[in-house]
Design a protein. Structure first.
Length: 306
């Protein structure tokens, strides 16, 4: 198989890495906001908002790479593509450990510039952000080498490649038809969602890409239930929205009473596919599509002989 034939796969892999970087950026910011891993000097609301916007912009660039992978030719990237993949992987792990605000901002800005150059098919604009990203990563490695060695993180000589793989995590991502903000507010009130964050198009780098009547819709949202994350957004205008199909979000309740409370709340104004009841695999199980169009499976394993 030719190198040109492999290119779309390489770009998709880069998009995967950029998405993973966005996930790590989001997780690092949330740990800082919860004071689980504070930033040196603190984290202002403005700085947090700016970095959340970088997270969303990274996701947009990754999506652009997915869409354009088949059209970008070998000439646009040349021998740089493996280097891009390696640096993106390093950046993902670096973001997780960064404790200084300016370092987090610098890494995310470099990633955005790299992604924009690749997605925009502008190889002439790639060298500067690539070099900046390398410099940032090298500086972080130098500053934290003793800590990294103590933690068992190994770097190869010269290239400074991390050898320890990051812990994988699956995060569901739902697309709503314009009511994502209302849905997440409802989930916060009725199913105990925490760490709820909803970012509109307005005020973000993507504001100019959508019409005025869509700028208050949701560009990116996140929340947690019982420590498990859920992310979502509203479908961008111009893309046909056909609802959520072929997927359900599973809510594992801590008791049958909690399962009933959640199920009843989600069924309010929605559509019940399977009433909540006992099954051979759970003491409570039911399926429902809520009033916002999101499909849920609510369950409590409990004892099937109750």
């Amino acid at each position: 198989m030719s190198q040109t034939a492999n290119l779309p796969h390489d770009l998709e892999a880069l998009a995967d890495s950029l998405s993973a970087c966005a996930d790590e950026l989001h997780s690092r910011l949330m740990r800082a906001l919860r004071r689980q891993q504070p930033m040196q000097g603190g984290l202002s609301q403005g700085a947090a908002q700016a970095l959340f916007e970088n997270e969303v912009a990274l996701r947009q660039q990754a999506n652009s790479l997915y869409v354009d992978a088949a059209t970008i030719t070998m000439r646009n990237l040349g021998a740089t593509r493996q280097e891009l993949l390696d640096l993106a992987a390093q950046a993902r792990l670096a973001i997780r450990r960064i404790d200084v605000m300016k370092d987090l901002a610098g890494i995310s800005a470099d990633l955005l510039a790299v992604a924009a150059a690749v997605a925009g098919m502008k190889p002439d604009q790639l060298a500067t952000p690539l070099q900046s990203l390398k410099s940032h990563l090298a500086a972080l490695h130098k500053d934290r080498s003793a800590v990294n060695c103590a933690a068992g993180i190994q770097w190869s000589s010269g290239q400074q490649y991390l050898r320890r793989p990051a812990m994988a995590q699956l995060t569901p991502y739902l697309t709503y038809g314009g009511n994502c903000k209302e849905a997440f507010a409802y989930y916060k009130q009725h199913i105990g969602a925490t760490d709820v964050m909803v970012m509109p198009f307005r005020g973000s780098p993507a504001e100019a890409d959508v019409p005025e009547d869509w700028r208050d819709k949701t560009l990116h949202a996140s929340m947690s239930v019982g420590g498990s994350p859920l992310m979502a957004s509203d479908c961008p205008p111009g893309i046909p929205y056909e609802g959520m199909k072929g997927v359900s979000v599973v809510l594992n309740a801590s008791s049958d009473a909690e399962a009933k409370r959640w199920f009843d709340a989600l069924a309010q104004g929605g559509s019940v596919t399977m009433p909540l009841g006992q099954t051979f695999w759970a003491s409570s199980f039911g399926m429902v599509t809520d009033q916002f169009g999101a499909p849920w499976m609510v369950m409590h394993e409990g004892s099937q002989n109750q």
